[in-house]
Design a protein around this ligand. Sequence first.
Ligand SMILES: [Zn+2]
Length: 206
Amino acid sequence: MSACCDHGHDHGPPPSSDRYRLILWVALIANAAMFVVELAAGLAAGSVSLQADALDFFGDAANYAVSLAVLGMALAWRARASLVKSASMAAFGIWVLGQAAFNLATGVVPEPMTMGVVGTAALAVNIGVALLLYRYREGDSNMRSVWLCTRNDALGNIAVLAAALGVFGTGAGWPDLIVAGAMAALALTSSVQVTRHALQELRVPA
Ligand SMILES: [Zn+2]
């Protein structure tokens, strides 16, 4: 779910081999692409849970970008990068909550087919990226981080699929709103934690 990969600032140790860097690039592009696809599909289908799930792809793409970009740089730069990331995730989370409130007020019923198709694609991308990272992991600690991230991301994708089923079954928008609300709340909580952690790191003299 949205809080998943934000416990650290990146996905494991800094990339040292060319092959591992390539995998990180693939992961970055796949996550950034799914962010755009899920956000666009969420807007088109009137589904807030799809938009909330897109938040996670945004956060993960940012994590991979940080892993690649600030490699070998001072901790302070990594901390600043995660401040920017958590601020944008918080803004996006608030926006998702606003969209949810709008849908609630106007009684928008999202289109469950789009939710199902895009949610399934999101699940496939998350599992595919996890398999890549798992296969080319460097060090044992990364194994655990890949597993935790993927499990939480998959749970988020499955929550979207459950919301799609709920919307399909009830013909109402509330299953979408409940899932979106929970995911946005998680993202907000997590960005507060990341912000605290980053501020702490910035306070430590280099
Ligand atoms: Zn994630």
